[in-house]
Design a protein around this ligand. Structure first.
Ligand SMILES: Cc1cc2nc3c(=O)[nH]c(=O)nc-3n(C[C@H](O)[C@H](O)[C@H](O)COP(=O)(O)OP(=O)(O)OC[C@H]3O[C@@H](n4cnc5c(N)ncnc54)[C@H](O)[C@@H]3O)c2cc1C
Length: 284
């Protein structure tokens, strides 16, 4: 961080967007701070202007019918709410430790690179859209299209993420991750599945997101297409395995797991998630 730094903490969105429009890339935005403060401490962010979002009225969860709107400043701990799709609740619950869950925001999580993007992985399987707002314009971008490469996002320098919307989510969803710690811990790999089935358990809608292995989550489109019109309990690993991790993907490694291990765990997690959905559907 620069030696002298102007800090802004607006309490209304209009002022925040005005500042963003004025300073553009010269204004660093801090939401919960769990990632950005670490980057600033490591001098990885050089900025003369900081904007803290904590006072903005962007912490809310609105459920109306089957639609969900989540303010960008909603803390991950608040997503542990059983009005929300199960995949989202499980992803939030899996985030390491109470302090990170209580500080980190859902808006910040969509910017957080792997392995710290569990909530974004669940949101991607739920086909979430981001509302990106600037002073003069509001636009909606599917989360899947938000990622444009390592640490590259479809957001303009005068925009903020204001809200995340999940419209008419599939009836069934789940999230599963592998972590070296029991209950909640750092992610080695994760899989979220969301689907609708008819009375005969034939898949009518499916989306599968994989997280924790590349810089950001991605959708396993081949697997989604394969699942359509199949009986859920008839889907086997050998039918989908090759579509879960596309060839040529650069897979991350860290102190918790090698790239090879991460890649090998994705099919295991997919089957765990699928089996839990098969059980849930058969119980209805
Ligand atoms: C010890 C530790 C353990 C963790 N464990 C997990 C885990 O198990 N699972 C997991 O998923 N994650 C994990 N994380 C990552 C954590 O979830 C992310 O760091 C967090 O979600 C980021 O949110 P934040 O609100 O703190 O964002 P910040 O750090 O404040 O911001 C992150 C980035 O997003 C940008 N940004 C934030 N909000 C907006 C907005 N509304 N509009 C525009 N830009 C914005 C900021 O400018 C910054 O570039 C862990 C982190 C730590 C430090």
């Amino acid at each position: 961080m620069s030696a002298s730094c102007e800090v802004y903490a607006p309490s209304d969105l209009k002022t925040a967007l005005h500042l963003k429009s004025r300073y553009r890339d010269d204004l660093h935005v801090v939401a919960g701070g769990t990632l950005s403060v670490r980057l600033m401490s490591a001098n990885a962010i050089e900025t003369k202007n900081l904007m803290l979002l904590e006072r903005l009225p962007l912490s809310f969860i609105r459920v109306s019918g089957r639609n969900v709107q989540i303010g960008a400043m909603t803390r991950l701990i608040d997503l542990i709410d059983n009005r929300l799709p199960k995949a989202l609740v499980l992803a939030a619950r899996s985030v390491r430790g109470l302090s990170i869950k209580s500080m980190a925001t859902v808006g910040g999580n969509v910017f957080s690179p792997s392995p710290g993007c569990d909530v974004a992985t669940a949101l991607m399987a739920l086909d979430a859209h981001l509302t990106l707002q600037s002073m003069n314009r509001k636009r909606s971008v599917p989360l899947e299209k938000f990622y444009r490469g390592p640490l590259k996002y479809s957001i303009r320098s005068n925009e903020l993420v204001a809200m995340i919307t999940v419209r008419n989510p599939p009836q069934y969803s789940t999230f599963t991750k592998l972590t070296p710690l029991p209950n909640s811990g750092p992610t080695i790999a994760s899989v979220a599945i969301a689907l609708d089935v008819n009375k005969r358990e034939i898949v009518r809608r499916a989306s599968v997101a994989v997280g924790g292995i590349t810089t950001h989550p991605y959708r396993a489109k081949y697997v989604e297409r394969f699942m359509l019109n199949k009986k859920l309990s008839n889907i086997t690993l050998d039918q989908v395995e090759q579509g879960l991790v596309p060839k040529g993907l650069t897979i991350i490694k860290d102190a918790n797991a090698s790239s090879e291990y991460r890649e090998r765990m994705v099919p295991v997690l997919f089957m765990r998630a699928l089996n839990s959905l098969v059980k849930e559907v058969s119980r209805r």
